[in-house]
Design a binder for this molecule. Structure first.
Ligand SMILES: Cc1cc2nc3c(=O)[nH]c(=O)nc-3n(C[C@H](O)[C@H](O)[C@H](O)COP(=O)(O)O)c2cc1C
Length: 171
């Protein structure tokens, strides 16, 4: 897919075909995350990749709006050091957001859908993913082939109007 098509085709996909993602495709998605920019190149992330169905089902319970994780082909836990308050915390969240979007666009390029899930139950996430005590799981990103319809550029996205969002030169 062209980059511009991938940007327009990405959408949150929460229902997936029962079809695995090839290891090389999964590695490309993760590589996109690894290459993401971060403040001072700190790269505060670790990616814990889950493909086992039983683990995915357990992981889907960490947040009430994360049920789609259970039927994903693979879900990536974005794990980061527990940050101090303020700037440090905000920077980590920004970095993780960039890594998330890179992975989602790399997936869209391959026709693979993706969907975020927040993480409320850190203890359950820690139990399933096995990350150390000084880390937390900021988000989950589920991946899988869309069960509803293939990814294709969205002509009229559900977004605020361009002229409402964009301010040229001055607000
Ligand atoms: C930081 C963040 C957290 C999100 N958490 C969830 C979530 O827990 N569960 C979920 O179903 N969707 C979640 N979403 C997806 C958003 O609801 C979705 O991106 C938004 O409605 C726009 O839709 P689109 O991604 O299809 O363009 C999250 C998105 C972001 C950016």
């Amino acid at each position: 897919m062209e980059t511009w098509d991938a940007i327009r085709a990405r959408r949150n996909v929460r229902a997936y075909e029962d079809r695995p993602i090839a290891r090389t495709d999964l590695e490309r998605i993760l590589e996109a995350g690894r290459r993401s920019p971060s403040a001072a190149n700190r790269q505060p992330w670790d990616f814990v990749v889950v493909t086992d169905r039983g683990q995915l089902q357990e992981l889907s319970k960490v947040w009430q709006h994360g049920r789609h994780v259970a039927s994903s082909a693979a879900t990536v836990g974005l794990v980061a050091p527990i940050p101090a308050e303020g700037r440090d915390r905000d920077g980590t969240q920004y970095d993780l957001g960039q890594a998330t979007m890179s992975m989602m666009l790399a997936a869209a390029d391959l026709g693979i859908g993706s969907g975020h899930s927040a993480v409320a139950d850190q203890e359950l996430a820690r139990k399933v993913l096995g990350f150390p005590d000084d880390r937390f799981c900021a988000y989950l990103v589920a991946f899988g082939y869309p069960a509803d319809r293939p990814l294709a550029p969205i002509t009229r996205p559900n977004r605020r109007p361009f002229d409402d969002v964009v301010h040229w030169d001055n607000w």
